[in-house]
Write a protein that binds this ligand. Structure first.
Ligand SMILES: [Fe+2]
Length: 288
């Protein structure tokens, strides 16, 4: 059997053109991406869309995205990100009755790969988290399909360091990242973790596991500017191939002039995270 291959999309940020926070024409970008995907031979077995599917989380944007991806010609694994809403996704994409705000955790077997998707979103927050019940769910799923290689799909990447990062809005809450590491490290069946959120290509080996962050299809973080979050034009996608020896990711960037789209002070982002954390700890249902 041929090695399984897949497309990695992330941070699609579908939305309405009059959304003042969108800053780029994500529908036009997706048209370009899809025409590139159509050229891939042999056809990939599936696609992964690792969150921030929409910019505002409204059901109509999910319907628009469903129509746009209708012709992609392969199954798509969806995760949700901090710009998504669970309710909007469930209504607009899954066609469920309005109202459900349950985390969207799911798994499936595609082309001989066990793909496990975790919902790392915290409603209203930029950064991610994994709740205790989700860790329990993950441990159960990891015991399934013991003969198959596994890929994890999580919008927020784990925080990679051994100590808390002041910009922890960029990933999964530090203590949850440590717990995730405890569960995953030493397992040679985990072939990679596919992520988005930080809007630039970044490949890491974390406790022996490749953590693949894709640039995505919305806007690029200018990583050479570190005193603020500077967003510039830029988009691309990844093509993954899982050989018996391990995972390969090859990148397909779209041409870009890297013109500035927006710029955010880091202090604003840190203050937002602190506000959300404080509110969570003040709420009775989150009290220890
Ligand atoms: Fe995003």
């Amino acid at each position: 059997m041929a090695d399984p291959t897949f497309v990695h999309l992330t941070d699609l940020h579908f939305g309405e053109p009059d959304d003042p926070h969108l800053h780029s024409d994500t529908e036009a970008t997706m048209d370009q991406i899809l025409s590139n995907i159509a050229k891939i031979e042999p056809r990939p077995d599936f696609a992964i869309a690792s969150g921030d599917l929409t910019n505002a989380g409204d059901p109509q944007s999910y319907r628009k995205l469903t129509r746009a991806l209708d012709g992609i010609g392969m199954p798509v694994v969806y995760a949700i990100g901090n710009h998504d809403t669970r309710a909007g996704f469930r209504e607009g994409m899954l066609g469920e009755a309005p109202g459900s705000d349950m985390p969207y955790d799911h798994d499936q077997v595609l082309a001989g790969i066990h793909v496990i998707t975790l919902d790392s979103t915290v409603p209203g927050a930029i950064g991610g988290a994994i709740e205790p019940a989700q860790f329990d769910w993950l441990k159960t799923r990891l015991a399934d399909h013991a003969d198959l290689p596994k890929l994890l799909v999580i919008h927020h990447p784990p925080m990679l360091g051994e100590t808390q990062d002041p910009d922890f809005w960029r990933g999964i809450r530090f203590e949850d990242s440590l717990r995730l590491a405890e569960i995953l490290k030493g397992r040679d069946d985990i072939k990679g973790i596919l992520c988005g959120h930080i809007h630039h290509d970044r490949f890491s080996v974390w406790h022996g596991i490749p953590v693949i962050v894709g640039l995505g299809q919305h806007a690029a973080t200018d990583i050479l500017v570190t005193d603020r979050l500077r967003m510039v034009q830029g988009a691309g996608f990844g093509i993954g191939r899982l050989r018996p020896s391990g995972l390969t990711m090859a990148l397909v960037p779209l041409p870009s002039d890297r013109a500035e789209l927006n710029s955010y002070p880091l202090s604003m982002l840190r203050a937002h995270v602190e506000q959300v954390e404080a509110a969570a700890h003040a709420a009775p249902e989150h009290a220890d």
